[in-house]
Design a protein around this ligand. Structure first.
Ligand SMILES: [Zn+2]
Length: 463
């Protein structure tokens, strides 16, 4: 049998792994490359396989860098089943439709500006995204199923976002059975909303993410302190707004949870929070539905959506008009909007209005990929381009990494450490920028004694 790395190889997005035996071929994740300038071309470049020949897909979680090309796979002929957890199945609908909407809008706008080559941005339409959803089948955690007579699969909670899973896969070919574990994205332990990652004890091969394989996050308590300082500083001055680029799923819920706690404890002034995302309402409803998957702290957050008397006024804005009306607020507002790397979505409009004023603050709470607007700001750019305009950066820029939905180096080593009793034959390190993936492979060899390697894009291995 053969494993090929078709994405997230020495980069952080575009997760896609192909497993082939003499009996079947399947994908684990079918993610979109996001962020860098070649992203569109990388996404368009045909897979080195015919989508019709793929029997099924196993999906670790709903984030677009893991799921975003599923509609394209279906549009190009894939007719198998997409297996994922039940919560992921529900999340895919708003997320894939949103992704298609963004593409259609960009395409229309590009045509209006008749920019050369922009037509290429349309990877799939809303109708195609809707079609692909018919192939999705939700599964329970920790219960085995067979997507093919020669393959057995089990999803385990990865503690990253609602519905996220690490996947245990037993693949048989003739007399041989190999167990491969795909980590998906591993979350940190002890955090609100989602549960801790479930340890997995045995595998012949492990494919592990390494987003933060080179660093330890600040302790959670220190991160909360840092966030409190930044917010109270920016808002107490009364001279501006705070903008938080964050995706509608995951970090937004965690952030709201924290803000509610901090205002209740009197550590933040009365807060006017706007979640400027039509997706967020849908996702909150899905979160309610999958209450069983969440931890106790989620209860407090979900119950508090309407609790104006708690010192926090929380509003979800829906229409573009409501979104634009936020631009008239000059100070005292905390605006959370997608996307997390400020590459798309409503946050770009807010940044266009907010960046030129020194009283404003922009707070990044997630990973900023190379080449993204978020990364430029975090790296200290004095001027950025937004909507064909040069925008001076006078707002203060802050990064709070301790809120990441990804485990840090210690967390990843802890998760991998459970394989110690019978060390895997090989660990492949993916989903990290080049140096980080290579460095983490070395760390695994030194600390755990497992043979580890950071594969290159397109590289195949016989198992
Ligand atoms: Zn993810």
């Amino acid at each position: 049998m053969k494993l090929t790395f078709l994405g997230a190889a020495r980069e952080v997005t575009g997760s896609c792994f192909l497993v082939e035996t003499e009996h079947c071929r399947f994908l684990v994740d079918c993610g979109m490359v996001q962020g860098d300038r070649q992203a569109i071309e990388k996404n368009r470049r045909a897979w080195p396989f015919d989508p019709k020949s793929i029997h099924f897909v196993l999906l670790t979680h709903a984030h677009i860098d893991h799921s975003g090309l599923l509609p394209r796979l279906a549009a190009l002929g894939f007719r198998g089943t997409i297996h994922c957890t039940r919560a992921t199945a529900d999340l895919l609908e708003p997320l894939l439709l949103d992704s298609a909407h963004i593409q259609e809008n960009e395409w229309i706008r590009a045509q209006r500006h008749s920019a050369r080559g922009f037509a290429a941005t349309l990877l799939y339409t809303v109708a195609q995204a809707r079609d692909s959803l018919r192939l999705v089948r939700g599964r329970d955690y920790a219960i085995d199923f067979r997507p093919h007579p020669t393959v057995r699969v089990r999803f385990q909670d990865a503690g990253h976002i609602l519905g996220s899973a690490a996947i245990e896969v037993w693949v048989s070919e003739g007399e041989t059975t190999r167990k491969i574990v795909f980590s998906g994205d591993i979350g940190p332990k002890g955090r609100p909303i989602v549960r801790d990652p479930v340890p997995i004890a045995e595998a012949d091969y492990v494919v592990v993410e390494s987003t933060y394989g080179n660093r330890e996050h600040r302790p959670y308590a220190a991160t909360v302190e840092e966030l409190t300082e930044v917010l109270s500083g920016a808002l107490a001055r009364g001279r501006g707004n705070v903008y938080v680029p964050a995706f509608a799923l995951g970090r937004t819920q965690e952030l709201l949870h924290l803000l509610i706690e901090l205002t209740r404890a009197g550590r933040l002034p009365r807060l006017d929070v706007f979640v400027d995302s039509p997706l967020a309402d849908k996702i909150t409803a899905i979160t309610w539905k999958h209450y069983d998957y969440l931890d106790d702290e989620a209860r407090a957050l979900l119950a508090c959506r309407t609790c104006a008397d708690e010192g926090i006024r929380l509003r979800f804005t829906q229409t573009p008009e409501e979104s634009m009306s936020l631009n008239r607020i000059r100070s005292g507002a905390l605006i959370i909007a997608a996307s997390g790397m400020a590459e798309a979505g409503r946050i770009r409009h807010h940044l266009r209005h907010g960046l030129p004023y020194a009283g404003n603050a922009v707070v990044f709470v997630g990973y900023q990929g190379q080449g993204t607007l978020g990364r430029q700001l975090v790296d200290g750019a004095r001027e950025v381009r937004l909507f064909q305009e040069r925008i001076p950066v006078r707002a203060s820029i802050h990064t709070i990494n301790g809120l990441s939905a990804h485990a840090d180096r210690a967390g990843l080593l802890d998760w991998l450490g459970h394989f110690r009793a019978r060390p895997p034959r090989k660990v492949w390190v993916t989903h990290g920028e080049g140096d980080i993936a290579l460095g983490f492979a070395q760390t695994i060899e030194e600390r755990l004694g497992f043979a580890a390697h950071a594969p290159e894009l397109g590289q195949s291995f016989l198992l």
